[in-house]
Design a protein around this ligand. Structure first.
Ligand SMILES: [Zn+2]
Length: 293
């Protein structure tokens, strides 16, 4: 009997909850979705993941805007979508307004982007050293590659380390050139200092979408591989000595794509790995250690 009345209580309780939810949906149709932002306290360089759970199928596929830019969402389940927002050391820290837009209206929410101090380097260049300017071919091809937003998601789980050498320069380092702070410069990736010819592997699955050779005009980047992980997430590997893949190849996480070198504008053998989200170089560390679904 006690059990029975408990059951009834539970039933009444869930009935009340259901009614409250239903009223919520009817009265405020624009809010019939829940939005979850990860990490809750993002810092400069983090990739912000916005997961939107919609209560019904009548809502359109959402988009999310931040700082005047609109980012697409991708389905990750029934009425469930995910948007990735890049942040970089060039962004201003502080309160950001995110706007989630569907056919039923706009939902605003605030995110506090935390400041973060990045190490600085001082570089002194003699005037003669500034001769390497790069070519239109490499800049155009790399820019087109970073714009890729393939609907499929190829990566799964945390990213692997693409090379076994020690990290020589972390993401986000700022620079002074000849004593002057370079406002638009930050180290757009992670450097691994390994010997010439050591293997470079795909940190996550994807499609090889760029192969560029120093001999074809990749003067600054040197031998280059661009790997498309899908949904606006791309990896670039530069200064390679050799390349084991061709454009269009699908590769698995851990599969060798090339070897470390010092081609292009490089002063010694190392791998530079840049991880991009919608064209912005983000910190790979959260992708390596936590993973971003
Ligand atoms: Zn680098």
């Amino acid at each position: 009997m006690l059990f029975f009345s408990l059951k009834i209580k539970q039933f009444i309780h869930s009935l009340i909850l259901a009614t409250v939810t239903a009223i919520f949906i009817v009265v405020i149709p624009g809010l019939s979705q829940t939005v979850q932002v990860t990490p809750t306290n993002p810092q400069l360089g983090d990739t912000i993941s916005v997961v939107i759970q919609q209560a019904n199928r009548n809502l359109s596929t959402p988009t999310v805007s931040m700082d005047g830019k609109t980012y697409p969402s991708f389905s990750i389940g029934q009425n469930r979508f995910r948007v990735l927002l890049p942040t970089t050391p060039l962004d201003k820290s502080g309160l950001r307004q995110l706007q989630v837009t569907t056919n039923s209206g706009i939902q605003n929410l605030n995110v506090n982007l935390q400041n973060r101090s990045f190490p600085t380097q001082s570089i002194w260049l003699p005037p003669s050293k500034e001769s390497l300017k790069g070519t239109d071919l490499e800049f155009d091809r790399v820019a087109a590659f970073k714009k890729l937003v393939t609907p499929e998601k190829f990566w799964n789980g945390p990213f692997l380390r693409p090379n076994n050498g020690p990290v020589s320069t972390i993401y986000g380092v700022r620079r002074y050139y000849n004593g002057e702070f370079a406002e638009n410069y930050y180290h757009r990736g992670v450097d691994y200092a390994d010997y010439n010819g050591s293997p470079v592997v795909a940190p996550a699955a994807g499609r090889i979408s760029l192969v560029g050779l120093e001999s074809q005009g990749f003067e600054i980047h040197g031998n280059t591989v661009g790997l498309d992980h899908g949904q606006g997430v791309t990896s670039i590997f530069i200064h390679l000595s050799s390349i084991n893949v061709r454009e269009g190849d699908m590769v698995k996480a851990g599969q060798q794509i090339g070897t470390v070198g010092s081609t292009g504008a490089s002063t010694g053998p190392h791998l530079h790995w840049g991880l991009y989200v919608h064209g912005q170089a983000v910190d790979p560390v959260p992708w390596r250690f936590n993973g971003i679904e």
